[in-house]
Write a new protein. Structure first.
Length: 135
């Protein structure tokens, strides 16, 4: 069955605290294993592939910690590239005009849902977040 576009539950809305730790989950990006993250910033949940636009490396400095010390930008802990939280666009550092790969997420009824795309698919049918074990 093709699940492309069907929403998958990531977490309860309350689990994503404003400017707090991000939720990380496993995905397939172009059929290769990768990680994605969702966080709440300025009241809005945003999600991106956990891959710096400068060099394709994971960016969190501790698991789920992506924001700079002032909690204004997503920061690559390896390269120092900084990204606008709402758009994923590079705003400083070696990412030179690049952008993070945005993933579609929505909040509905107190839950956060991710919508897989043609390029970014679940690793498993239930899209279990990386920090949780399957039931």
């Amino acid at each position: 069955m093709d699940e492309r576009g069907a929403p998958l539950r990531l977490c309860a809305s309350a689990e994503l605290v404003e400017k707090g730790r991000a939720l990380i989950w496993n995905v397939l990006q172009w059929r290769e294993p990768a990680r994605a993250f969702a966080l709440r910033h300025d009241g809005r949940v945003v999600a991106y592939l956990n891959r710096c636009a400068h060099v394709p490396a994971e960016m969190d400095w501790l698991p789920g910690e992506f924001l700079d010390s002032r909690q204004e930008f997503i920061l690559c802990a390896i390269h120092g590239a900084s990204y606008d939280t709402q758009t994923g666009r590079c705003v400083g550092g070696p990412c030179a005009g690049g952008s993070l790969i945005a993933l579609r997420v929505e909040e509905q009824g107190g839950e956060v849902y991710w919508y897989p795309s043609r390029d970014t698919r679940p690793c498993t049918e239930d899209a279990t977040p990386a920090h949780e074990s399957p039931p």
